[in-house]
Write a protein of this length. Sequence first.
Lengths: 282, 282, 258, 258
Amino acid sequence: MAAILSLAQAVEDNLKDGDIVAMEGFTHLIPFAAGHEVIRQGRKRLNLIRMTPDLIYDQMIGMGCAEKVVFFWGGNPGVGSLPRFRDAHENGWPNKITIEEHSHAAMANAFDAGAAGLPFAVFRGYRGAELKRVNPNIKDITCPFTGEKLAAVPALKLDVAIVHAQKADIRGNVLFEGIVGVQKQAVLAAKRSIVTVEEIVDTLEPHLPNAVILPGWTVSAVVHVPGGAHPSYAHGYYKRDNAFYKKWDAISRDRDSFRVWIGEHVLRKDPDAFAVHAKKAA
Amino acid sequence: MAAILSLAQAVEDNLKDGDIVAMEGFTHLIPFAAGHEVIRQGRKRLNLIRMTPDLIYDQMIGMGCAEKVVFFWGGNPGVGSLPRFRDAHENGWPNKITIEEHSHAAMANAFDAGAAGLPFAVFRGYRGAELKRVNPNIKDITCPFTGEKLAAVPALKLDVAIVHAQKADIRGNVLFEGIVGVQKQAVLAAKRSIVTVEEIVDTLEPHLPNAVILPGWTVSAVVHVPGGAHPSYAHGYYKRDNAFYKKWDAISRDRDSFRVWIGEHVLRKDPDAFAVHAKKAA
Amino acid sequence: MSMNYTPAEMMTIAAARALANNDVCFVGIGAPSAACNLARLTHAPDIVLIYESGTIETKPNILPLSIGDGELCETALVTVSVPEMFRYWLQGGRVTTGFLGGAQIDKFANLNTTVVGPYEKPEVRLPGGGGAPEIATSCGQIFITMSHKKRAFVEKIDFVTSLGHGKGGDDRAKHGVTTAGPTKVLTDLCVMEPDAKSKELTVVSLHPGVTREKVIESTGWRIKFADKVAVTPAPTAQELKVLRELQARTKAAHGEAA
Amino acid sequence: MSMNYTPAEMMTIAAARALANNDVCFVGIGAPSAACNLARLTHAPDIVLIYESGTIETKPNILPLSIGDGELCETALVTVSVPEMFRYWLQGGRVTTGFLGGAQIDKFANLNTTVVGPYEKPEVRLPGGGGAPEIATSCGQIFITMSHKKRAFVEKIDFVTSLGHGKGGDDRAKHGVTTAGPTKVLTDLCVMEPDAKSKELTVVSLHPGVTREKVIESTGWRIKFADKVAVTPAPTAQELKVLRELQARTKAAHGEAA
């Protein structure tokens, strides 16, 4: 059964330096509050997995949390690039990072295979695509019945998954709604997991038999952080702060302005600072 | 977009002699009305796929529709065996049938791979199990990253899938609720599909973003057959007729009593006969 | 305290007791279903029960006739598709204890639910393996419940539907299987556990009133007994009451549908 | 009828026209999203739009800023997990038309969205391939929309993010790919289609007022023209009205969130 903890405690208990961690959320439900807590606790040498690193990893990379980033698309959607990610990768600031680059289908399949306890994923992919040349984690596999050659990638096996969801009940059962991405798969592919939520309720009502629910015994810690996905959004709660995504470009482009922003909005804040975003749209 | 048809028309248009067909439903939502229509239309040499053949295939096999049965558990749940299935397999009455036997995990993975357009499914299965010796459609495959040996089975590629669901809307979008089994996978693994439903509504309300829904353009025909899953059940509509499942044993054990029952309840009836079961529990 | 109980009740109660409050169980129909729900209604209220129909954390008020009964879905936390059940939940390694039974078992707890006689020309064609081949290898451990009869407890099973300890010793691991496999066989006469080294099933506890001779004559191989054989504590009045109420509710509900 | 329109509008409108009412489209952000929704709001009301976020049959009233915008889910028939989207829907062969674009394209419609310069030491690191490698091979056909510039339409792309017609001729099939691949490239200057045999991109239609010379000087290889080059019909007033209203609604909505 999931422990219901403070965010500081949940991160302290579950995330160690050097861990392989996925903080997922597909545009929707990105666990920003948790990312800020990881920065405050000064985690280092993380192996950061995310379909799209997004602002959350740009912030963590800029603060020196990362050693490696596994991703398929490294931009700011509809805006441009991720300046801190590029600065670390291209210039080694504040530290060198390595990258492992895949396609969207490959990562989706790798999360699925991780959740399924398989060592690898099979898909019809990467045909004629050059990532195969530069990523040794893409191999061929042959169908034993038809002889068709398919692509294989290693399953994602995580130390920790961190995601945000709409609701948990007091036993730690978690409900996701809307664009659900690979959040469930990430938690099931991980040894430990933290789920921040908008609300903790007595029971998940109404009873929808086929909802996207993770039982409390598959989750390590549940944390109540209203607004915790801002500037991403929570379906049914608040909208994406598109203006902040646009603003990020200017903040992050410059090392100093980035550090000033982090100081003011992360280092000198706590998770309660996110509540204002939940309230704003309520 | 799915055509909304009569059951007779839907079967006539979509199911041919010799087809590979899955009529799925996991205890729940078994498409009995459609099975009866297939018997009435006298289809022959069908390659019948079902996780558990259940009474629906016992009836079709006894009436000579089958050439082959692919399954993992061939009993009457909680009651005993399937007499017509056994008589055909062991004594060739009314015709010889061949069987292909799998485990539950293997068939679940094979449906999944079929829906995913893959030629085969990979799973950690059949270790130390003797079905591998007698079923040539079970092979080994080696993980190209870890060297672990896993099991592979061919994906299920169906000519036709026939399933029952709670609701469709007038565009043929179909909603499944409750125990959903492999119905969605079966439809997506098939070239053609027929979905019988309890109700046809204007729109599927309320809007549940993550419900189990098949868009109308993935379905060939939708047919309104209230009660069409009887003696199986429809979550939210009517309960399983456990007494009939128990009674079936005596009906089916004897060739003559079986034929009498089929004459009375299938050959001299039409799909409207199922409506009484829907009404009974309403 | 009532001492009137059947051997089948003793078997179910012994199996229920072997379950812990933090277990995640993969449940089959029949005796396992009764045992798991008895555990849930007595000493293990938080036990998680999963059925092959995709129903997760189900709390049925009556025992299902089939693994796809509506009661299982209506009382479940969530119901997933069957491919997801096998891929994410069973193969994903999330089940601590699986229950199996069969028509035949050998001394290394390999099970047969496929055929009596040769596969191609069986004397008796059984329903088939169901989920057993993967349940047997994917769950943390396996409990087996079977009625103790000489024709079921045999020297050599006709078909290995699911792997127990194979040929004994470390044979199970040679198949690439890392889970513990059958750790308890609970019958209507006794409780057996595999020997730590040879993995041969060994009687560790006799149910009240059952003699060694009864077990020997009901077993098709020369059954071994542990150095110290315990006597299974008799069912308590509470255990019997809860089990019988569960079965009475079940009977009434399944009769109702007639 | 207004003849005041931008080249970008012409490109979007030409792309929209190429879509049919029974198409199932896999939609990317930017020009493809505008084109697909314009088609839906004009001649193809039943067109099915699928975004990589798992949103199926979505009917957004405003254009999304990202493929995971809330608007897509709120107006979708159903939203599935991302693994399901790629496994059952894209790889399952259910998409008739996919849209792609890129930083670089070559004469066989291979695309680069990964790096300019060598992969290990890029001159410009682009965001990456996204879904392109599998969209390019799994959809029935591919439409490419790009602004027509010499630095984008190049003799040799620096990195093959996604396969077009490979080295031309039957090279695509040699990669085990059975889908048609890029059948149209729609730019702000013209429409190109691959030659039936060589698969080299060939101009089949020039947008109103665009000269051959303009296309030649905007293309990094010696661009070929079809025997008969049509003139793309100018945007109709209705097309422009619907597109501009869509973009105005989008602007207002995204501004609102500020």
